[in-house]
Design a protein around this ligand. Structure first.
Ligand code: SF4
Length: 78
């Protein structure tokens, strides 16, 4: 399956989760870390309101490929 060169953004109002499809190596760390938020079998596959922001950030930090990142909507540094 060819990887699509797309970037998707999902926000909970406080942070925006950024996902770069072409970088994802499907390690599943995100799904293991926050199964309520990262649900690859549903659309959209990221549910940014399903867990507290802190939990989401912790999980994003475990992404080995850099496919997942985030920024604060108010511009503050993480
Ligand atoms: S943790 Fe990162 S590389 Fe692994 S499946 Fe999730 S987005 Fe893809």
């Amino acid at each position: 399956m060819e990887k699509e060169n797309i970037t998707k953004e999902y926000t909970n109002g406080e942070i925006t989760i950024v996902w770069k499809a072409s970088k994802c190596i499907h390690s599943g760390n995100c799904v293991k870390g926050s199964p309520d938020v990262f649900q690859p079998k549903t659309k959209p596959w990221v549910k940014p309101n399903a867990s507290p922001t802190e939990q989401i950030i912790k999980t994003i930090d475990t992404c080995p490929s850099g496919a997942l990142s985030y920024y604060y909507n108010d511009g503050r540094e993480g």
